[in-house]
Design a protein around this ligand. Structure first.
Ligand code: ADP
Length: 579
């Protein structure tokens, strides 16, 4: 299931709102470009006057004056273009920064359950490829479209003002330009999408084959992989031919339609001069306008093409906002000392109709250690996520002090139950900020207490700037064990009464594990702990053990009782001991 994509009306509404928010910047950029384009129009007009002067007789000083004005106009145009371009780039960056911030805001508010269901690949593609594409369109496209539109419209106006009759010749290109461009734009977007998809697939196939070279070799899959690569290459080739075919119609068509107005203005103009309806100067001016307008029209067509790709990406980026929240906050809050977490008839399905939990009842006893064991795929992690309120259950409920976990605001929820996994992240920035993610109001003394609790204060104090040291990529690197301690210190700051540990220590470096286990047990002190156990010695030390099998708790009780009962746990325990 993919994340949603915004539809046309939503896209237009959003773009309009975005432009409205930046209307002052936009107005400034347009004004500067209009001035620059106007200065650019002076050249052909002055040259036309010069020609008329030469026809009707003029003085050297008049020519000198005209040339001087021409030089001033060119200089003015140069300076104006510089500022106009600068303003347009600044506007592009501002709009893009706005979009990016909105997007990050949306992504961080996405319900975790949705991201998991859609797969992180889709989201990563949207944050990288799609953002890059929109960035290109906004940074360069928006400014250039403003420039070219302003130039084209002003040139046309100037031509009509010079001589409406001669200006009619400018229309000669349209009967060719419009159909060719329409024909191309209709076909371009799907063709280019197919092309990029073909290259993405080809890339994937080749990377897989290279990375899995040993496996390919060992299983004798060489011929099959080659056939796959060949098929992907054929598709990429076909897609490339298709777009090349489109371009080979567009370019000659467009080029011809650019020459036509020039030819028409000269021929039609010559006729008008012969009948006395136009001056040679006016024809010169408009012929120069006709050649001046070619480049902006070509560029505008290019951007109309590009903007389609940008719009597709923008629709994917905006679509993220259409994800419905997976929970609605209620008003009820558990009492201050109410730390009873219980699951009642909890069901969960990642895909509708495929329950992986089939009605689990579990009442945690405050302060106990509960180990959850069972075969792989039995639903242990899923149960852990339910108990931590990560996903709303599809049936039944998980409550703390009789209030469903998913009715609590997220900040509140994390103060009750937290999930600890083997994943831990260090964010770029000062170490103190990394810790304050858990509690934005914590002062330095509180941070120090948390770090001391997990036995990490010694190395933090030894860092060049202590808590203010920049960590993460580009800053001071932290070892995996240190990163894990930072994550544990965050938990101390968060101070939940119940912790769900999902393989929290399984990826640890064995040398660091001892030390970290001490840090971890300091954090666990005085809290209710649900430990999803993959090594049964964790289960042995727990107060109770719950065996999860095929989405149900099949046995629950203290280790010794379960061994004595000689059920499933007893056989797991015996086989683990034999290993
Ligand atoms: P365990 O932790 O006991 O190994 P899990 O809770 O991870 O088991 O998985 C229980 C079942 O749910 C498995 O059949 C697994 O394939 C399925 N499952 C787990 N995560 C997802 C997911 N994100 N989407 C779809 N199915 C999933």
């Amino acid at each position: 299931m993919k994340l949603p994509v915004a539809d046309g009306p939503a896209l237009r509404r959003h773009t309009a709102a975005l432009l409205r928010r930046h209307r002052r910047g936009l107005a400034g950029v347009v004004a500067l470009h209009v001035l620059a384009a106007t200065a650019g129009l002076a050249g052909p007009w002055l040259l036309g006057r010069l020609v008329d002067g030469a026809v009707h007789g003029t003085t050297t000083s008049a020519v000198d004056r005209t040339v001087a004005v021409l030089v001033v106009a060119v200089l003015a145009q140069t300076v104006l273009i510089r500022y106009a371009q600068r303003a347009a780039m600044v506007l592009g960056e501002t709009v893009f920064a706005d979009l990016r911030e909105e997007f990050v805001g949306r992504v961080t508010r996405l319900p975790l359950s949705t991201v998991e269901r859609a797969g992180t690949g889709d989201l990563v593609a949207r944050t990288t490829t799609d953002v890059d594409r929109v960035q290109y369109t906004v940074r360069f496209g928006v400014p250039r479209i403003l420039v070219t539109t302003a130039t084209i419209s002003l040139t046309l106006v100037a031509a009509v003002l010079t001589s409406p009759l001669v200006a009619i010749g400018l229309l000669a290109g349209l009967p060719l330009l419009l159909p060719v461009t329409r024909w191309y734009l209709r076909r371009a977007a799907p063709a280019y999408l197919r092309e990029s998809a073909a290259y993405a697939t080809l890339n994937g196939t080749i990377t897989e084959s290279v990375e899995g070279a040993r496996t390919v070799d060992a299983l004798g899959l060489g011929a099959r992989r080659r056939a796959r690569v060949d098929a992907d290459l054929r598709e990429a080739f076909a897609a490339e031919r298709r777009t090349l075919g489109l371009r080979s119609v567009l370019f000659p068509g467009v080029d011809t339609s650019f020459i036509l107005p020039l030819v028409a203005v000269l021929a039609w103009g010559a006729y008008l001069v012969s009948t006395g309806d136009a001056t040679v100067g006016a024809v010169t001016t408009i012929a120069l306008y006709a050649s001046q307008i070619i480049q902006p029209i070509g560029e505008l067509i290019f951007w109309l093409d590009e903007i389609q790709v940008g719009a597709t990406s923008l629709a994917r980026i905006l679509g993220v906002a259409d994800v419905h929240a997976d929970r609605t906050e209620g008003d009820a809050r558990p009492g201050a000392d109410d730390t009873d977490v219980r699951a009642d008839a909890v069901r969960y399905a990642y895909r509708p109709g495929h329950d992986v939990l089939h009605g689990v009842d579990l009442a945690l006893r405050p302060g106990e250690r509960l180990a959850v064991v069972g075969p792989s795929g039995a639903g242990k992690s899923t149960l852990g996520r339910m108990l931590a309120g990560i996903h709303p259950p599809t049936g039944g409920s998980v409550t703390v002090g009789d209030v469903p976990l998913v009715d609590l605001p997220l900040d509140d929820l994390r103060g009750h139950v937290a999930l600890v996994t083997q994943e831990h992240h260090v964010f770029v920035g000062p170490l103190a900020d990394n810790l304050r993610l858990a509690d934005p109001d914590a002062d330095d003394a509180a941070l120090e207490r948390a770090l001391r609790a997990v036995d990490a204060w010694d190395w933090v104090a030894a860092l060049p700037h202590g808590l203010a040291t920049e960590v993460g990529s580009g800053g001071t690197p932290l070892t995996p064990a240190q990163a894990q301690q930072v994550a544990l210190a965050r938990l101390v700051l968060l101070d939940p009464h119940t912790l769900v540990l999902d393989e929290a220590t399984s990826l640890l470096d064995p040398r660091a594990a001892r030390h970290l286990e001490r840090s971890l047990s300091a954090v666990l002190q005085g809290r209710t702990v649900v430990a999803i156990a993959h090594r049964l010695h964790t289960a042995h030390d727990a107060d109770r053990v719950a065996v999860v099998d095929a989405g149900r708790i099949s046995e629950i009780g203290p280790h010794d009782d379960l061994v004595a009962a000689d059920g499933e746990y007893a056989s797991l325990w015996r086989s683990w001991q034999r290993e």
